[in-house]
Design a protein around this ligand. Structure first.
Ligand code: NAD
Ligand code: ZN
Ligand code: ZN
Length: 383
């Protein structure tokens, strides 16, 4: 059936950010049709990730740009596609990915990385690559509204480059698929792809939000023998245990540093793998110190704003412990996420556990407060 909106500007509701930390304003905006290699999506579900929270607060001043539409964790249906788009058509069920895969560049062709030259995560990018322009406009003055993380999902309709759109099985419920758009994929992939957690591995996770708990779920699925969770918010421990964390530590209640406690819990040696999921440099150091000499690996997942460098003395890397980063869990989005979705639907990871709250889209500012207050994992909003 021919859609009546194809090729036309759509007027719809979006949650627009006008300044750092200012409540998002639910307003009518204009959304242009998709241009070459772009896809216009009717967003059906979206949720708030800590990266949205940090960007909204303007934690990294260099990245500030307003007005802007945040949001990168979502799912929806293709409304129309632009010239040259293959493999996606009107009506397809899709999830946007902030870390795209063009399939053509030297990184996409390399098996050892999930980077993409043009469509990888880039917090400075605020317009489309095809013509350097925005596809969102304010309704009254027709001023441009900037894009965010390749996706901008806090809008009933969004335009995304096709490298950042993944098709999923239409039989899979889109509310659950939303979780794979960022947080769960990132955490599970960090355990599976970046670290390569195996049966019997010991793991420490710093920060038990969605990303950290997805690491836990991923590590449990691979048979990790001990999964130690570290968080200053004890309200996180019940859900953590449900997702596979075996021991919870509150650094605020310890008399020693958390890495000392982790060594004690692992018979003195430390864990095989540690994951930093807070975006805090002091925590990153604790994560590094909590791994076993000789082979310990620390995976950095948290986003660290500002011009700070690693909290390590170079000689500390002579003890055999390694440190690396993981973006989107090392997954190549367009080629691997459909498979991850199948594994999750078969039970490898229970996606429902991550949906701690649900609210209508109009209450998006409440969803931000829930995450900021440490109350929610993911608050799912239906548009
Ligand atoms: P979240 O807010 O849900 O969880 C963060 C958790 O860290 C909270 O439970 C909080 O209590 C805990 N925490 C904060 N400070 C702490 C401290 N000093 N010690 C111990 N625990 C502490 O956030 P999230 O959505 O799970 O995201 C986690 C981080 O991962 C953020 O920095 C986010 O920007 C980043 N992120 C990275 C990627 C990636 O691809 N690398 C993807 C998504 C999110
Ligand atoms: Zn995210
Ligand atoms: Zn590429």
């Amino acid at each position: 059936m021919e859609s009546t909106t194809v090729g036309k500007v759509i007027t719809c509701k979006a949650a627009v950010a006008w300044g750092p930390g200012e409540p998002l304003v639910m307003e009518e905006i204009l959304v242009d049709p998709p241009q070459k290699m772009e896809v216009r999506i009717k967003v059906l579900f979206t949720s708030v990730c800590h990266t949205d929270l940090s960007a909204w607060k303007g934690e990294n001043e260099a990245q500030r740009a307003y007005p802007r539409i945040f949001g990168h964790e979502a799912s929806g249906i293709v409304e129309s596609v632009g010239e040259g788009v293959t493999g996606l058509k009107e009506g397809d069920h899709v999830i946007p990915i902030f870390h795209g895969e063009c399939g053509e560049c030297e990184y996409c062709k390399c098996e050892r990385t999930n980077m993409c030259r043009d469509y990888g995560v880039n917090p400075m990018k605020k317009a489309m690559i095809a013509d350097g322009k925005c596809r969102f406009w304010t309704k009254e003055k027709r001023e441009p509204i900037f894009h965010f993380l390749n996706t901008s999902t806090f809008s009933e309709f969004t335009v995304i480059e096709s490298a950042c759109v993944v098709k999923v099985d239409p039989d899979f419920p889109l509310n659950k698929m939303t979780m794979l758009s960022c947080g769960v994929t990132t955490g599970v992939g960090a355990a599976w792809n970046t670290a390569g957690v195996k049966a019997g591995s010991t793991v420490a996770i710093f920060g038990l939000g969605s990303v950290g708990l997805a690491v836990a779920a991923g590590a449990r699925a691979k048979g990790a023998s001990k999964i130690i969770g570290v968080d200053i918010n004890p309200g996180k421990y019940v859900k953590a245990q449900a997702l596979g964390v075996t021991d919870c530590i509150n650094p605020k209640e310890l008399e020693t540093a958390s890495h000392e406690e982790i060594k004690r819990l692992t018979g003195g040696g430390g864990v095989d793998y540690s994951f930093e999921c807070t975006g805090n440099l002091a925590v990153l150091r604790e994560a590094f110190l909590s791994t076993h000499l000789g082979w310990g690996l620390t995976v950095l997942l948290g986003v660290h704003p500002g011009p700070k460098t690693l909290p390590l003395h170079p000689m500390e890397l002579f003890n055999g412990q390694q440190i690396t980063g993981s973006v989107f869990g090392g997954f190549k989005g367009r080629t691997q996420i459909a498979g991850l979705a199948e594994e999750c639907m078969r039970g490898a990871v229970n996606l429902d556990e991550f949906i701690s709250h649900e609210l209508p889209f109009e209450k998006i500012n409440e969803a931000f407060q829930l995450l900021q207050g440490g109350e929610s994992l993911r608050c799912l909003m239906q548009l």
